[in-house]
Design a protein around this ligand. Structure first.
Ligand code: NAP
Length: 305
């Protein structure tokens, strides 16, 4: 199965379907999954330092025969490496774990920093670090000349931050990776990014394990009409919006199904708007008042840009 590419704002081609790797860390399972996924036609793998599984991914990548230049590997700088002097080292650490000479895409994982000695997923106020996001971004821009990364972007960045950032960027982010599924459609953010030439990648495109989009009655009806699975409907809906998707599965049949797009009718696409409801799987502001601004722009206390 051949996956179509999306052309990023610097001309780099990115496959519109990739393999998510978060929480696929059961010993040995992820390596097996990556090899199987590549056999099935996946060429794009979404990684992150914080997932703690890049060493296993690196070993699996060493064992596959597809040439490196045919793969598209993304990883992400964790918040404890936002200080500009740490960003190049963060990339080197990632490359070492993945046993790669370069990444296709490096993202800033979240728009806030934590102190270098913290590794918290939900940081306390004391663990937050006051690093202006533009300082981190300038350090990311400097990496492009190193030959170690082909494109740079961001993740979990809201419209308010991007609006402040873009006029100051030498290089506009190529990608913004954000949570997108039928219950969190973010039409305004997607439109804004796409108008600015920032490709959108939708993470948790199936709602992850917490959000039951695949049990939605409307999605199930559309799946029946197309003789496909609810997952295929959710992924095809995102792809029809020009959004790159990175579903995670360790199951061979589901890996295969997730590559098979269906063509939704205009009526079906229109009716999707009715089931959107701002239901998120991932929200750091849920546990921390200091981070409410990340997704709740109205409560914006945006970080120093
Ligand atoms: N940038 C960020 O902050 C961020 C945050 C979260 C996630 N991500 C990235 O996005 C990726 C995807 O998100 P996610 O893993 O949370 O959620 P997801 O891909 O929306 O959903 C994964 C869940 O759906 C199941 N599944 C997969 N295909 C299916 C199918 N065809 N039918 C039924 N169930 C299916 C999987 O189980 P099986 O494995 O058993 O199939 C797994 O339980 C992550 O792996 C990670 O790479 C990025």
């Amino acid at each position: 199965m051949t996956v179509q590419n999306i052309k990023l704002n610097n001309g780099v081609l990115m496959p519109e379907i990739g393999l998510g790797t978060w929480k696929a860390d059961e010993e040995g399972l992820l390596a097996k999954t990556i090899k199987k996924a590549v056999d099935l036609g996946y060429r794009h793998i979404d990684c992150a330092k914080i997932y703690g599984n890049q060493v296993e991914i690196g070993k699996a990548l060493k064992e596959i025969t597809v040439p490196r230049k045919e793969l598209f590997i993304t990883s992400k700088v964790w918040q404890n490496r936002h200080r500009p002097e740490l960003v190049a080292d963060a990339l080197d650490e990632i490359l070492k774990e993945l046993q790669l000479e370069y990444l296709d895409l490096l993202l800033i994982h979240w728009p806030f920093a934590i102190k270098p000695d913290s590794n918290a997923m939900s940081p306390t106020p004391e663990e937050l670090d006051n690093v202006p996001i533009m300082d981190t971004w300038k350090a990311m821009e400097a990496l492009l000349g190193s030959g170690k990364v082909r494109a740079i972007g961001v993740s979990n960045f809201n419209k308010a931050i991007l609006e402040k950032m873009i006029p100051q960027c030498h290089i506009v982010p190529a990608v913004n990776q954000v949570e997108i599924h039928p219950y969190n459609q973010s039409p305004e953010l997607v439109k804004f990014c796409q108008e600015k030439g920032i490709a959108v990648t939708g993470y948790c495109p199936l709602g992850g394990t917490k959000i039951s989009v695949m049990n939605d009655d409307f999605i199930k009806r559309v799946a029946d009409a197309h003789s496909c699975t609810p997952a295929q409907v959710a992924l095809s809906w995102a792809l029809s919006r020009g959004i790159i998707v990175i579903p995670k599965s360790t199951n061979e049949l589901r890996l295969k199904q997730n590559l098979e797009k269906v063509t939704l009718t205009s009526d079906e696409k229109r009716m999707f708007a009715k089931i959107g409801k701002h239901e998120r799987k991932v929200d750091p502001g849920r546990d921390s008042k200091e981070l409410e601004w990340v997704f709740h722009e109205d409560k914006a206390k945006c970080p120093v840009i």
